[in-house]
Design a protein. Sequence first.
Length: 254
Amino acid sequence: MRAVVLAGGEGRRLRPTTLTVPKPLIPIDGTPILHIILAQLKSAGFTHVSLSLGYQAHMIKASFDEDRWHDLELDFSLEEEPLGTAGPLSLLPPFEDSTLVMNADLLTDIDFADLVRRHKKSEAIATVALSRQDIDIAHGVVELDEERRVTDFREKPRLSYLVSGGIYVLEPALLRLLPPRGRHDMPALLDRARAEGERVEGHVIEGDWHDIGTPEQLDLATAAYRADRARYLGPRAAAELCAGSGAYRETVGG
């Protein structure tokens, strides 16, 4: 199985850290988030991963041994300018089969192999992994009709909604809808597919999901990973990551 990891973002919300360390190499309890993702993909049966790079690409490439990482085959593509969350796919060779595409700033315990199996069973052109998020409202929420009469009053409700988890499984046919050049984001690509009558499936992540895009979110992800590594990694993957930690520290000058 093949996967694509989008690792070209600048991580502006994590500055000043990302002025010297690219976001995919931000450590989660001592291990770069990108290395955690690759270990998970390898454990799930993926054999080939394409890394789409941009900001500080040289540092990310230097964290790997040429085109292999613990027997996982790697290749690299470089964005000369930011291309969004779908545009980088135009730089890659055509997909030959269902391909997992994900952002490089996620900590999750999703079963990647199961996600691909469910996608193929659905016969959708794309599947989007979704995370359920809750927000507690500190005040009473009131709804009015057109004549300003109160139609509903809820005291400090909890609102629940689904957000894109930044993880997708895509069919080769989807890429025919992708512009050949320029910035393009995944929501626009999937909207275009739906407009043409294609099925886009949603898969709700029942387990854990963290976006490390802000210092607060990074702290939450680090605490979760430190508290229960086994939830995210099997014993073999954990040992391989520990074995490679020295090379990582040397690469970033730690």
